[in-house]
Design a protein around this ligand. Sequence first.
Ligand code: SF4
Length: 279
Amino acid sequence: MSKIKIAELFYSIQGEGRYMGVPSVFLRTFGCNFTCGGFGMPRGEMSAERDAIAERMVEFQDYNELPLVSTGCDSYASWDPRFKDLSPMLETNAIVDRIMQILPHRRWEDEHLVVTGGEPLLGWQRAYPDLLDHDSMHGLKEITFETNGTQKLTPEFKEYLQRWRAQREITFSVSAKLPGSGEKWEEAILPEVVCEYEQVGYTYLKLVVATEQDLADAEQAVEEYRTAGFTGPVYVMPVGGVERVYTLNNRAVAEMAMRKGWRYSDRLQVPLFKNEWGT
Ligand code: SF4
């Protein structure tokens, strides 16, 4: 039986991208290859909010007790090793049991599964077939992997997804990290990886932008993806893990999207639920 280290498992409304507004189970896996300390910071500077929270770690027993951050990665506890004890390693059977408990009808109906992170394609590709082949998961018809677009699919997992896709819908929501995240271009913008996702599922780019410089970076990145053969849609999404930052930015980003002919993705979880853990 495979195991997955689970940062969070909750039921909510998908707030972003293609499935915005759809009731969804979120399976947040632990671990990421990035740290994205640059979000919300002046270019070249890194957020120190996460470090300040880690120093108070003894105060927190559960994800819901963790403070929200206005800079850096807003799901920091799903990959920073200092928070790892909040994330249990669970057998896939146990994960399915929990999923059934949080679905409103104790079975899949119109809900969609979001596998997110951290970076969900980093270490757990081997475990997903066990999870998805469980009898109770057969009613699931739509799954999205929310990825940063840097992890190649293993040949085994790619083949598995191609079979799974025959009767169901797979989506890759690729939040490629632009320089405003603090990550290096050559490590974050990997068009050949994302083109491979397109062979397996509906794939789109979802780029977080805040400034005109971010928009220029997004244009360059999209050009590189297109040159490599990527054909999917492009969304831009405002920065802002907290409402104060999000509302400063969202209209300007919608206007950028219209100018470029790209799609706008909201972050509905911010106005609806304040982006609290578990939403
Ligand atoms: S890739 Fe996503 S989860 Fe990983 S550090 Fe960046 S924002 Fe956070």
